[in-house]
Design a protein around this ligand. Structure first.
Ligand SMILES: NC(=O)c1ccc[n+]([C@@H]2O[C@H](COP(=O)([O-])OP(=O)(O)OC[C@H]3O[C@@H](n4cnc5c(N)ncnc54)[C@H](OP(=O)(O)O)[C@@H]3O)[C@@H](O)[C@H]2O)c1
Length: 288
């Protein structure tokens, strides 16, 4: 354990965006001192940074005048900016005995190599959770995929435990697949729901109406998935083997080719991985 790690470490957050804002508030709530919020220097970014800093009584600064007076620097910038943001801060302080994290699900801790070379222990620390403006999700029970240097991984374990989350280590070679999995769990789930909204239009419902009307079935489906697993949660014409209904769906979806492609792709997955009746006829219907 690094000497600075005996007490709760002080943390700098770089990037007061969706993740950075929520994480800052959660860390503060868990008893961590956030010493600084570093934003970009555009007026809008500075405003975001200053507003967040006020909430947790931290210093607000920009990437060209940082103080970095902390034990841990947590990069919450977009994936494509991580390496450059790290390089920009690499020469500002002595990084020996410091720890740096980034939170990309797909990229390796190696994005922080410029800091590693200067003595920092680095890790990627990715919460398997969605962060959007307007909501601060609880991190209790959230799984964090961690990969990197031992001292940094150990520090991440302690922080995640204080956030009441769970840590699991992810081998470097699995990170891209891990993150693609995460994409299905949230952003592509939302994309599926937006596809459903497009289809609802063909049934004469506005997007807002369809959203309101389908939320109970969406919620119940997720609840069934949790309680009964995928096979138990699977209902509809495919599990019943109603190939003619599937044909009808595909016919009407000719008017929305995008939705038709999604339907066929997902139905093929169902045919391979879920219980279905009348598989051969369903397959035939899907190939038309
Ligand atoms: N959102 C999620 O659900 C989620 C979940 C897990 C992990 N993550 C990870 O979290 C990281 C951030 O994602 P996000 O969704 O929070 O992105 P975001 O909402 O776009 O926030 C990024 C923030 O970083 C700032 N920024 C960009 N370059 C910077 C620099 N050089 N110095 C200081 N600040 C800089 C941006 O400022 P401007 O607005 O001025 O550009 C913005 O405030 C990514 O690595 C992502 O993979 C996100």
């Amino acid at each position: 354990m690094l000497p600075a790690m005996v007490k709760k470490p002080r943390i700098v957050i770089v990037g007061p965006g969706r993740l950075g804002s929520a994480l800052t508030l959660e860390l503060k709530q868990a008893g961590y001192r956030i010493s600084e919020i570093i934003s970009r220097k555009s007026p809008a970014s500075r405003r975001e940074g200053a507003a967040l800093a006020r909430k947790v009584k931290a210093r607000a600064s920009t990437c060209d005048n940082p103080h970095l007076d902390a034990d841990i620097v947590w990069f919450c910038v977009p994936d494509r900016e991580i390496a450059a943001a790290a390089r920009q801060l690499a020469l500002v302080i002595d990084w020996k005995k410091k720890i740096a994290f980034h939170s990309s699900g797909a990229l390796l801790s190696d994005e922080l190599d410029s800091l590693r070379r200067r003595g920092a222990a680095v890790a990627s620390v990715h919460p398997l959770m969605t962060f959007v403006y307007g909501s601060v999700p609880s991190l209790s029970g959230v799984h964090f995929a961690v990969e990197g240097d031992t001292a940094a991984v150990d520090a991440a374990r302690r922080i995640v435990r204080d956030l009441r989350g769970e840590v699991f280590t992810i081998p470097k070679q699995h990170k891209a697949a891990y993150h693609a999995w995460g994409a299905f769990a949230s952003p592509l789930l939302v994309a599926t729901l937006v596809t459903a909204e497009q289809v609802a239009r063909k049934a004469g419902l506005s997007a807002a109406e369809s959203r309101k009307k389908m939320l109970p079935i969406v919620r119940q489906t997720v609840a069934n998935y949790e309680l009964l697993g995928p096979a138990g949660a699977f209902s509809g014409p495919i599990v019943r083997g109603d190939a003619e209904i599937v044909r009808k769906h595909l016919q009407v979806l000719k008017k929305i080719p995008e939705a038709r492609n999604v339907y066929r792709a997902l139905a093929r997955v169902a045919l391979r991985h879920l219980p279905v009746r009348n598989r051969a006829k369903l397959k035939e219907a899907l190939e038309l």
